[in-house]
Write a protein of this length. Structure first.
Length: 292
């Protein structure tokens, strides 16, 4: 099930009303993703990568000395940002650890995985692609005012150049300006989900438009959180809402305020508190479980 969590994988919802127990045995979750029947997560205290079944059994350590702020799971492979700012990978059974992208002395903004390719960007504004096996590295573009805001879908790369949103082909050709004063959140099918940038430099509202920039529509007042399947999630006044992808049938999901959302998968929300404690709850706020 494809999903997109908002910028930096953490969306601020307000002060937590729930407090972690602070026990030395409590996991401090850095990042988390559910893929199929498995939950993959990092424990920053243990500096390790773990997996656990969605029924809370089968907890297994996959790797030690693991510190990463971002990961993508594709099939049986986990791609993650490495300690050197590049991109590394490991199989979901903990084998086959390897470095794929070495940025050397450059600083990396981040990466996207699409099919057999990894797309990544380095400061001050170069975009590259490389096969997932580490071959066929090629520079796609140099962008003067690029700050890492990029999504890849099909044969197109959607990116921000300064305050404007552009798209181009994955070979760097066909550059097209789409919109000004916008931040890109997700690309789903023929639709781009984006936010407006106000005069204070803050992003607001949840909007969508077609990938050719037509059909621009405001969907909701609030902050984009995630897309999971055919549902759009956003926060408003500190609460989490779910709506159809066209913004209709919006509903408040629960009565629990959360500090940050780590992942939304099916009927589950994974969220963390300022203390580092992390929990899973159902969309209605019931059946709260803490990671240990």
């Amino acid at each position: 099930m494809k999903k997109n969590i908002g910028l930096l994988m953490m969306i601020i919802f307000g002060l937590a009303l729930l407090t972690g127990c602070g026990s030395s045995e409590t996991a401090s979750i850095g990042m988390l993703k559910q893929s199929g029947d498995w939950i993959y997560y990092t424990d920053t205290k243990a500096e390790a990568l773990y997996k656990m079944k969605a029924d809370w059994t089968g907890k297994t350590k996959l790797a030690d000395n693991f510190a990463s702020g971002y990961m993508v799971i594709q099939g049986d492979t986990i791609y993650y940002s490495g300690m050197n700012g590049g991109v590394s990978k490991i199989q979901t059974d903990g084998t086959g650890a390897a470095n794929v992208v070495d940025v050397g002395k450059e600083s990396s903004y981040g990466f996207e995985v699409s099919g057999d390719w990894i797309y990544y960007s380095t400061k001050p504004g170069s975009i590259y692609k490389i096969k997932t096996d580490g071959t066929e590295k090629a520079k796609i573009a140099d962008i003067s005012s690029f700050e890492g805001d990029m999504k890849v879908s099909g044969d197109s790369i959607y990116y921000a150049d300064g305050i404007s949103l552009f798209k181009m082909q994955t070979d760097g050709t066909g550059v097209m300006k789409l919109l000004d004063n916008a931040v890109i959140h997700a690309v789903e099918g023929n639709w781009i989900f984006y936010g407006d940038k106000n005069q204070k430099g803050e992003y607001e509202n949840v909007n969508r438009m077609k990938t050719d920039s037509t059909g621009q529509t405001k969907l909701a007042e609030g902050v984009f959180t995630a897309i999971d399947g055919n549902s759009l999630y956003y926060s408003k006044d500190g609460w989490l809402y779910r709506a159809n992808l066209d913004g209709t049938a919006a509903e408040k999901m629960n009565k629990v305020k959360m500090w940050n959302i780590l992942d939304i998968h099916g009927e589950y929300i994974y969220y963390g508190e300022y203390s580092g404690a992390a929990y899973r709850i159902n969309l209605d706020g019931s059946d709260k479980k803490q990671f240990e």
